[in-house]
Design a protein around this ligand. Structure first.
Ligand code: ARG
Length: 467
């Protein structure tokens, strides 16, 4: 589908009535959007069929002309789908490329299609339909990612790993609990997607250039035919609004930020130093010089794609921020940002879903790491509060001394002999060793939303029912 870039200087056949000559080559180049908005062909044709059908129903065009238009548009649809359509840059955009072809196919009846509409409401419609479908796809993909995490969480509800703050070992947690943190994050993303679908579910067609139209159109009929809840209420806002695209990009940026944090964790976890997970061959790459290497390239690229998505969001916000109402041609620059972000987001979700499903979890490494770094110090302090009646602040101080002693001896808290512990506080008994293991530590944290396996299983059941 090569662009036709011949530079004949005839005036534009769609709007050139008042023009004596055609555009300069540079004008044509800066003006044309067909290179990217050809992606909207299916939406454009659907929109035109709904519009023509409504025009005929309202007696604005004849049924005969409507039939010709619909037949011609369906022919064009199959031509484009089969790669037998020649896109022309001279015809600027997808709307005029299709309409020009329609004229060739069906003759003068084609000229009646653009009654009571403008490219301003037409592009708003096509783009909204495209973004709506992309949001629906995103919702499904997020559901797949959530399902992958739920499965891993179930499998590892009891697997102990170190929990971190400041990337320093903090307290033992379960890997299942950590997976469920991502379920919460992607669950919020999915909720945002669902809200965005509700927000954009209004049909722009019929707003015309900006002021509505004098023809007796039925906007409720086209809205219904195109699967929208209702028509938009203000024609000026309708052709000047790109909130739906900005909302998509905001959601993509937030989801991208989540995906990127996950990617960063996978990069860290898969280093030989951590060794918490091993990526499958399917989701890693080798080095051309260092034969031992297995690189987490997909995770790194997900991290990078997030930067791109953020760029698209900032670009579109900046494009829109200075525009007076209603439509300005600046708005033509909305599409590439959204298309690029959508492609990045889809790839990022798909890659992370694959990695999460495929990676091997090294529970022995996780458990060993969970026990190091005095991760059960809080459990010792809590034991002193519970069993010896100390105020928490005093228990904290006593525990700090035990940690310092263990550190000077180069051993774990659980390896300190009872006599050492009793020298720090006389009320400590050998029962204390029960809480110093990582398993006892996680099992005790049964508070709502806590890391205990029983609680993690409850949260998994909640999300399985919610899906
Ligand atoms: N290609 C244009 C866009 O993407 C279509 C709308 C053109 N409208 C106009 N009045 N020039 O925004």
């Amino acid at each position: 589908m090569a662009d036709d870039t011949t530079d004949t200087k005839s005036s534009n056949q769609m709007w050139g009535g008042r023009f004596a000559s055609g555009p300069d080559a540079i004008m044509e180049e800066i003006n044309a959007s067909i290179g990217f908005d050809k992606k909207l062909f299916a939406q454009d044709i659907r929109g035109s069929i709904a519009h023509a059908t409504m025009l005929a129903h309202q007696g604005i065009i004849s049924t005969d002309d409507k039939d010709k238009i619909v037949h011609g548009l369906n022919t064009i649809l199959s031509e484009i789908e089969s790669g037998n359509f020649e896109f022309s840059r001279q015809l600027e955009d997808i709307h005029m490329n299709i309409e020009a072809r329609l004229a060739t196919l069906i003759g003068p009846a084609a000229g009646r299609l653009h009654t009571a509409r403008s490219r301003n409401d037409q592009v708003a419609l096509d783009f909204r339909l495209w973004v709506k479908e992309e949001l629906q796809k995103t919702e499904q993909m997020l559901t797949g990612l959530i399902a992958a995490f739920l499965d891993r969480a179930e499998e590892h509800a009891e697997s102990v790993m170190p929990g971190f703050t400041h990337l320093q070992t903090a307290q033992p947690v379960t890997f299942g609990h950590h997976c469920m943190a991502y379920v919460e994050m992607f669950g919020r993303d999915r909720a945002r997607v669902r809200h965005a679908i509700e927000h954009l579910d209004e049909s722009p067609i019929g707003a015309a250039a900006l002021a509505g139209t004098g023809y007796p159109i039925d906007r409720h009929m086209t809205a219904k035919a195109l699967g929208f809840r209702e028509p938009t209420r203000n024609s000026i806002d309708t052709v000047s609004d790109r909130d739906f695209a900005i909302e998509f990009l905001s959601i993509a940026a937030i989801a991208g930020m989540h995906l990127s944090r996950l990617a960063e964790e996978i990069v860290i976890w898969s280093t030989p130093q951590f060794g918490f997970v091993r990526l499958s061959d399917a989701f890693s790459t080798g080095s051309s010089i260092m034969p031992q290497k297995k690189n987490p390239d997909a995770a790194e690229l997900v991290r990078a794609k997030t930067g791109r998505i953020n760029g698209s969001l900032v670009a579109l916000l900046t494009i829109m921020k200075g525009l007076p109402l209603a439509y300005s041609k600046d708005m033509q620059e909305d599409k590439e940002q959204v298309f690029d972000a959508a492609e990045s987001l889809e790839l990022a979700i798909a890659a992370m879903t694959g990695m999460v499903r495929d990676m091997t979890v090294n529970t022995a490494r996780m458990k060993a790491a969970a026990g190091s770094g005095y991760s059960t110090a809080t459990d010792l302090a809590d034991w002193l509060v519970r069993e010896a009646g100390l105020p928490f602040r005093d228990a904290h101080h006593v525990t700090g001394r035990a940690v310092a002693l263990a550190e000077s001896k180069g051993c774990d808290l659980a390896e300190l002999p009872l006599s050492d512990l009793q020298a720090i506080h006389a009320d400590i008994t050998d029962k204390v060793y029960d809480v110093l293991t990582v398993e006892a530590s996680v099992a005790s944290r049964e508070s709502f939303g806590g890391t205990a396996p029983s609680e993690v299983r409850r949260q998994i059941a909640f999300w399985r029912a919610r899906n």
